[in-house]
Design a binder for this molecule. Structure first.
Ligand code: ADP
Length: 250
């Protein structure tokens, strides 16, 4: 589904990502681990089209997408979860979901005048999808709560919900476990697994919580100093002496 070929990202004289190559198979949950400064976030930025690589190629679903910006990747189904933007904190959970789908007919003033009925029908479809998403995530009770008032874990579920409002195929999750209490963490893991096993989402996740990595991810890719150190199943990666050494040097 995704192929990274010798990716390099250079900031001045410093290589944050240094000839990274690996591929992601459709239907998997790939865990991206490594000590702080390993280059994981920079690699995510490259995959998501936040900035182009200095060298190397990225292919998504057989197409070269190396130089495509994030909005075009989004339309192809490559979606990165982001923290809820600051200004969205004042909107309700339901509104946060309804704002996601791209190119809603109501966005154009002209189409509003010309085909009001069509706009209304599209809005109703978006609202129905938003409620379905809330039900799936067990968040219906907070539908009308402002997003800024949610707990850390509920915010992560909402971030996941925002990807469900798109036609996402590959979802990049950036530290989903950070700041989430144990109970909601179990729920978040359960939802990610259902989305993967039953709804066909492929995930890559950066995570420091090794319990979550062990439960969800196969394969696991470990990066250090901008390079892929090793990839394989969790046990293989965890027991590799190079991985231990990389973390000790942190
Ligand atoms: P990780 O996510 O694994 O902790 P990062 O990708 O955030 O690692 O960072 C990798 C290295 O690249 C770090 O040394 C960081 O300081 C450096 N880096 C990241 N972004 C920039 C930038 N915009 N300019 C300069 N250096 C950067």
């Amino acid at each position: 589904m995704l192929e990274l070929d010798q990716l390099v990202k250079q900031f001045g004289g410093f290589r944050a990502v240094d000839k990274c190559s690996f591929s992601v198979q459709q239907g998997t949950i790939t865990g991206l681990i490594g000590p702080n400064g390993a280059g994981k976030t920079t690699l995510f930025n490259l995959i998501a089209g936040a900035f182009p690589p200095t060298a190397g190629r990225i292919r998504f679903l057989g197409e070269d997408v190396t130089d495509l910006p994030s909005n075009q990747l989004f339309h192809k189904g490559l979606v990165r979860t982001f923290q809820i933007p600051h200004e969205f904190h004042r909107l309700t959970v339901l509104e946060n979901l309804m704002l996601v789908p791209p190119a809603q007919p109501g966005e154009s003033l002209l189409s509003n005048w010309l085909s009001w009925g069509k706009v209304r029908a599209a809005e109703q479809a978006v609202e129905a999808r938003a409620w379905e998403t809330l039900k799936f995530l067990e968040l219906t009770h907070v539908a009308n709560v402002r997003a800024g008032n949610l707990s850390g874990g509920q915010k992560k579920l909402l971030e996941l919900g925002r990807t469900m409002m798109t036609d996402a195929k590959l979802v990049l999750l950036d530290e989903p476990a950070a700041g989430v209490n144990r109970t909601l963490l179990r729920k978040l893991e359960e939802k990610i697994l259902i989305l993967n096993r039953e709804r066909g989402y492929t995930f890559i996740l950066i995570e420091h919580d090794m319990e979550m990595i062990e439960k969800l991810c196969d394969p696991v890719v470990c990066m250090a100093e901008g390079k892929v150190l090793i990839s394989g199943d969790f046990q293989t990666v965890r027991s590799d002496p190079r991985v231990l050494e990389a973390y000790l040097g942190e």
